[in-house]
Write a protein that binds this ligand. Structure first.
Ligand code: IPM
Ligand code: MG
Length: 352
């Protein structure tokens, strides 16, 4: 089992380090770790946020464990050299179109939610976010109009096959859960969303056991804080999924808690090739202080064990150890505690 480690920027290396310690504590037979530079760190060393060597390391692996990218010192670079291009490049180059972002309340953390505890207690949802299309990858430019005004534009588009394949992922995920799927779009205004909705309805015919509803994204944002417990699986496009998943994280309690998996169609010896990353960013304000919460990263490693490494029992062991750690009150600052990054890692390893 080959795992590529791409720690990246800011708190990325700190949290990846803890996830690696957890993986090593599991004593998986034949686990090999490879490493690559990515993001601002790669730009500084190689002049590019996603050097070909890094892409090569990722391709050669069964799974990628990705920390975070983002570096304020790089924000004035041309867009193609900015750190964020590394993760976008990996997602598209590796065909990772399906982003699974689970958000579930961890018992004992209800009071940390931005919502009332009795509402937060019911959260157990999965956001299935499309990852290879939408305004993220459409034609984009800042140009100058004939009258001299500057104009920015980003093309939103989805082809039907792109919608169909993510819809299948979402319907199958719903079959493994509470069999309810909510497709989020903005079909009252956007043609891209109208096509999205039409295709999701076509695909639904193959899943009569899953109940499907459609919701406009503005309403979805509202329902997510009004009654998040009403959601099982949400499927949506790249941009709406980006926004709603950050929102879901604060409903649970902290953006430092939520993991994610980016999957494509490539099968490996042990499972599906995937890239695993916390949904949080590089958090430059707290980088290097040893205080970042490594839970989202450790839970991302658990998702990797389940989806890419064929080790679901080990995934469950890690998830249970994390839940016990938090229930026992070992919490980093984002959760109102005083545990450092390594303290949380130590506590998880002790509970494995
Ligand atoms: C995420 C992040 C990325 C995204 C950024 C870093 C490009 O916000 O994974 O949610 O927008 O997809
Ligand atoms: Mg985001």
């Amino acid at each position: 089992m080959k795992v590529a480690l791409l720690p990246g920027d800011g708190v990325g290396p700190e949290v990846v380090h803890e996830a690696v310690r957890v993986l090593e504590a599991l004593d998986l037979p034949g686990l090999t770790l490879l490493e690559g530079d990515v993001g601002g760190a790669a730009y500084r060393r190689h002049g590019h946020p996603l050097p070909p060597e890094t892409l090569g390391v990722a391709r050669a692996a069964d799974a990628v464990l990705f920390g975070a990218v983002g570096d304020p010192g790089c924000d004035t670079l041309e867009r193609h050299l900015r750190p964020e291009q590394a993760i976008l490049g990996l997602r598209s180059e590796l065909g990772l179109f399906a982003n699974l972002r689970p958000a579930a309340m961890i018992p004992g953390l209800e009071a940390m939610s931005a919502l009332r505890p009795e509402i937060a207690a019911r959260i157990d949802l999965l956001i299935v976010r499309e990852l290879n299309g939408d305004v993220y990858f459409g034609e984009k430019a800042i140009d100058v109009l004939p009258d001299g005004r500057r104009r920015g534009r980003d093309l939103m588009s989805y082809a039907e096959d792109e919608v169909r394949r993510i819809a299948h992922v979402a319907f199958r995920a719903a079959q493994g859960r509470r069999r309810r799927l909510c497709s989020v779009d903005k079909a009252n205004v956007l043609e891209t969303s109208q096509l999205w909705r039409d295709v999701v309805i076509e695909v639904a015919a193959e899943y009569p056991d899953v109940s499907l509803e459609h919701m406009y994204v503005d309403n979805a944002a509202m329902q997510l804080v009004r009654d998040p417990g009403r959601f099982d699986v949400i499927v949506t496009g790249n941009l709406f999924g980006d926004i709603l998943s950050d929102q879901a994280s604060m409903c649970v309690g902290s953006i430092g808690l939520l993991p994610s998996a980016a999957l494509g169609e490539r099968e490996t010896e042990h499972g599906t090739f995937g890239l695993y990353e916390p949904i949080h960013g590089s958090a430059p304000d707290i980088a290097g202080q040893g205080i970042a919460n490594p839970v989202a990263m450790i839970l991302s490693a658990a998702m990797m064990l389940r989806h890419s490494l064929g080790a679901p029992e080990q995934a469950e062991r890690v998830e249970k150890a994390v839940a016990r750690t938090l229930a026992d009150g070992v919490r980093a600052r984002d959760l109102g505690g005083s545990a450092g990054t390594e303290d949380v890692g130590d506590a998880v390893i002790r509970r494995l």
